[in-house]
Each structure stands twice: as structure tokens, then as C-alpha cells.
Design a protein. Sequence first.
Length: 209
Amino acid sequence: MKSQRALWLCGWVIAAAGCATATGFSSTWRNPATKAINLEGQKVVALVISTHETTRRAGEDAVAGQITARGAKGVPAWTILSTAEVQNEDRAKAALAQAGAAGVVTLEIVRQDRNAPSGNFRVSLGFSNRQSFWGNYRWAWNNAWHSGPPPSSSVWVETLMYSLQPDELLWAGRSRTVNPGAAEGLFAEVANAAANEMEKAGLLKVAAQ
């Protein structure tokens, strides 16, 4: 029962997965208990960890649209949490509870430059706080990106997917996008690439047409 309550979240990311993409994942992690499950009708909050308001809103709108297209009810976090409140954990908990959210997808720019970093730039899950949405929430906002994507560079985005009941991490990945455009396109493209990775991992079922 617990695994079913946690695992519906993974299905949303497949939206538009067949589209061409300039984004590739250098590192992914999956909860070994995760299976594909129907998320139809569930509320899933899209949260971009950035203090740059334009980036945050555009990214959350793009990802929430893909969640909705997959049969869930995508909710951009900015519609329930203002910029002034989003870093307040108590306000955030109250807002997500009032919205009836069952899960959250977070996206965060973790690096941007013109050259690839040395090594694999892997997902870092070495401390237990990241296995919890609320544990990671505190850490993420302390390290939030403060600008939008540049016009010409490589941008690395970390995507994390959590269920809220129980509070646990389901999937994580770090992707690189070369020469991204506007924030909306960047995060939409990352979501599509994440769908491909999760389908390969056997975590997603293709929705009936």
C-alpha cells in the first residue's frame, strides 16, 4: 500500500517524451521500490528552486503543464506560494496541505558555464536530508540559484521527484542542456528528457491513447 501511495508520481514525466531534445542526463538515481502507476486526478506541485521570479514562474508553468497533460493536476508553486513566502517552510507546508498536493517535482539550476565540469557531475544523495522533501527543502533554498539561464552556455538542472505521503524521494537526475533558450523552454525540455530516462528505467507506463 505504501509503495502504491508513493509511486503514482513517476507517470507524469513521460509527456512529449518522443520529441527531440538537446538535453541529456549525466546521472540518475531511482528508488528501487518504484513502479509505474496511474496518477490521474492527483495534484502534483511543480517547484523551481530559484529566487529569480521570472525563471521560477516560467519554469513552474511549463512543468505543471506537462504534469496536467499526463493526466494529473499540475499546480505551479507560485500560484499557491508567493515569492515572499516560498522560503518559509511553515507557510509552504500549509500551502501544500491546503492545495491537497500528493507530490512535488522540484527543478533547480545547479551549474551554468560554457565548459563541461570535470567528472560526471553526479546526483549527490550522500546525506539523508535529501531523501525527504522537507529536509531537502531547507537545504535547497539555502543554495538557490539567483539568476535566469544565460543566452549561450551549458546549464545543468537537477530534477527531484517526491511523494508527500509518505515523504520520500522517488527519482533524481542531473541533466545538461546546451545553449538553452528562455526558462520556460529549458525546464520543459528537461522534463521531457527526464521522461525518457525514467521510461528506460522501467518506472513509467505509456498512457493509453
